[in-house]
Structures are given as structure tokens and as C-alpha cells.
Design a protein around this ligand. Sequence first.
Ligand SMILES: Cc1cc2nc3c(=O)[nH]c(=O)nc-3n(C[C@H](O)[C@H](O)[C@H](O)COP(=O)(O)O)c2cc1C
Length: 422
Amino acid sequence: MSFIDYSAGILIGVSSGIACYKSIEVIRELQKRGYKNIETVLTKNTVNFLSPNLFEAITGKKPYIEVFEEGRLLSHIKAVEDKKVFAIVPATANIIGKLANGIADDFLTTCYLAFKGKTLIFPSMNANMYEHSATKRNLFQLQEDGCYVVSPEEGYLACGYEGKGRLPDIETIADYIELFLHIKDSETFKQFITINLLEEDKPKPKPKDPLAGKKVLITSGGTVEPIDSVRVITNRSSGTMGKELAKMFSFLGAKVTVITGNHTARYPAYADVIEVKTVEEMYREVAVKFDESDIVIMAAAVSDFKVKNYSSKKIKKKSNLTLELEKTIDILETLGKTKKHQVLIGFAAETDNLLENGEDKLKRKNADLIVANTVGENKGFGDRNLSGYFIFKDGRKEEFSLSKPETAERIAEIVAREFFNG
Ligand SMILES: Cc1cc2nc3c(=O)[nH]c(=O)nc-3n(C[C@H](O)[C@H](O)[C@H](O)COP(=O)(O)O)c2cc1C
């Protein structure tokens, strides 16, 4: 006695993927193999691609489309009563999403919930849609719910993309439908699944931002030291380097605070910005934030001197004025003395002996990295390029000549790589 059951009922669900025309050929292939009890369910969108008459002509039975169809009410129950396999060829991302969530808002999805037999899903879609975490999650869920998902193939897709998402060929689809008509034990089914989503196609681990969770403190801009109530000593710093650093470190996932003196550059909206004037004020703000910071970058143009005898009144105009200047606090050096876990980065803006002065600064200030760059007339300020050396603690030096955004990007990259395995 033959165990092949040619009278077994097959319900073919067709959703509106570009490959839906292949469902006709799958039906023809099953018929060729001897299966005659085939009915079809189309989504309403599929009718935009293929006429229901085509399915009626091929199967001899009117396809199901509407739940509320005159004279065919409750057919979503009847349609599945005598079926052994419900194969959805092709299954759109939309249908997969609806089935995985138990939504029954059309004939096909309502049938699925009413059906107690084996459901075979043949996903087919654009590679990005297939790789989307929502699609993966839904397919994963359908497998958990007992559906059998036959993995799409890789190749040239109708949408013009290359990748995974192609419906397998007609004979492959017919092979699976035929097989599942006959296999009885659900444990046996598992060995035939070409790709087990549970194992091989699990959603990939998410890429990580190398400096996520790290706090970066950047000083920027030019400090302003008062001479009297109206006059000041300042410099031409625009804050551009600080702005670019704030951007690049944020792009790598760090939370950035900028403590800035005078600046014309606009800091990114997502950075915390604290405005200060004098070196003293800058130091006070830095000291408050220092302990909680992981990376500290001193990019401000800090005045080395301040006026010793500040006059609260405007100094009267005279033929000669001598200002007595005194040293300001060296912020980098002070931090270098107290630093614990922090990565400390300083800039050495030099007019000559760049390497020597940079190396000396790294040692004296106990910094982890010094960006030694040339300054002077037309060099270093505003939007102009920087050139110089990145000087590392272990003696390595990396020469560079880059725009400010590129320099900031390189510094962020170096910090992530050298200090945080990024
Ligand atoms: C030309 C065209 C081709 C499409 N191809 C696909 C496809 O291959 N796979 C897919 O998941 N969606 C595809 N879509 C999008 C679906 O048709 C759309 O998501 C629709 O809402 C799905 O409805 P249904 O699942 O009820 O058939 C296509 C849309 C158009 C207009």
C-alpha cells in the first residue's frame, strides 16, 4: 500500500512580494507531481500583481481573498479544515510580522490562526528587509510557534540588490511542501529545515561604540584675563579644535563636557558646555569635573600670564603703561600631578623645536599623549590645518598634517585604540 497521499489538502498562501508570480509555477509543479487538492489564499495586495482569475484557472477553485465575502462567510475556517500543509509562497515581511504577532486582519492571517496543521513559510524580500532585526525577530518567533521557515537564498534580487532574500527555485519549494505533507513527527521536521534560524541566523551581536559610557572633558577656546574693567588679554583661539574634538569623541559614544573660554566655533548641541573667562575659572570648573572624567583633553589656548594688579576702574590713557604680569596656574601640570585613571591629553603649540618641546611637555606634565603642533603667523588658529606630531608616553611619535576635523578624528581614534581597546 502506498503511503503517498496525493489527495492531501494543500493551501497555498500568496502575499504581495515581487516573487508572487512564482506561486503559480509552484502550484503547477505540485499538480505535475500528482497533488490535486490545492486551494489558494491571496492577500489583497497580491491582487495588484496577479489576477485571482489566474489562480482559479490553474486550481479550478476560486481563491480566498476577503474574510467578508458574500456566500463564503466562515470560509477561513472551512478553507483549512481538510488541509495538511499551509505554505505561504512568498511570505512578505508584512505577513511574517502579522503572523508572528497573531494579527488576523485579512483572510490569509485569519486562516493561519484557524489552522492546526503545518505551516511552511517561504520568506522573500529585499536583503535589507530580510536582515532587519524586526524581520529576524518575527521569523524567530514563527519558528518558536512551530512554523517551518525555509530560508531564502542569496543572489541577485528583483529590487536590484544582491543579498539574501530570494525565493528558492520552484522545485525546491515543491520538494518541501511535498515532504511536509508526509512527515508526521514534528521532531523529524527539524532535520529538514535548511537553515535553522535558532542556531545560524540569530540576530547578530550589535556593533558597539568604542567609547560608550566614557566621560570626556575638553577645555577649549581662549582664556580672557582682565587688565581693567574694560580691557583684557586674550588670544586668537576660535574653539574650533575643541568643537571638532567634542564631535569626534561623541561620535565614538563618549559623553562630552566642554569648558570653554572665548570662542567663535559652535559646539555641538549634544555636548555640555560650560563658559568661563579666566584661567582660574577654567581650572575651577575642570577640577570639579576631573574625578568623574575618563579622558581629559586640554585644547584651550590658556593664557600663561595674568595682570598682577588688576584695576577695577578703567585705566586712564597715558603715554606709557607698564603692566606687571604673573604666571597663571598650569592646569595640565596640576592635573598631571593628581591624575588617577584619567587619560590626559595636552596640546603643545610651539613655534620652534616642536618635537623636543613636545616630548619635554609630555614628561613634565605627566600626560599620556601630547599633540605637538606648529603655531605662528597663519598657523594653528581658526580653520587652518594642523601639522606636527602625536607623541606617546612610550616614545612613539606619529607625524601628521591634517585639517582640524581630521586631527580630532585621529585623536579620538588613538584614544579609543590605545586606552580602551576600541
Ligand atoms: C513592486 C513591489 C514589490 C514588492 N516586493 C516585496 C517583496 O519581495 N517582499 C516583501 O516583503 N514586500 C514586498 N513589497 C512590499 C509589500 O507589497 C507591502 O509590504 C505590502 O504591504 C504587503 O502586503 P501583504 O503582505 O498583505 O501582501 C513590494 C511592493 C511593491 C510595490
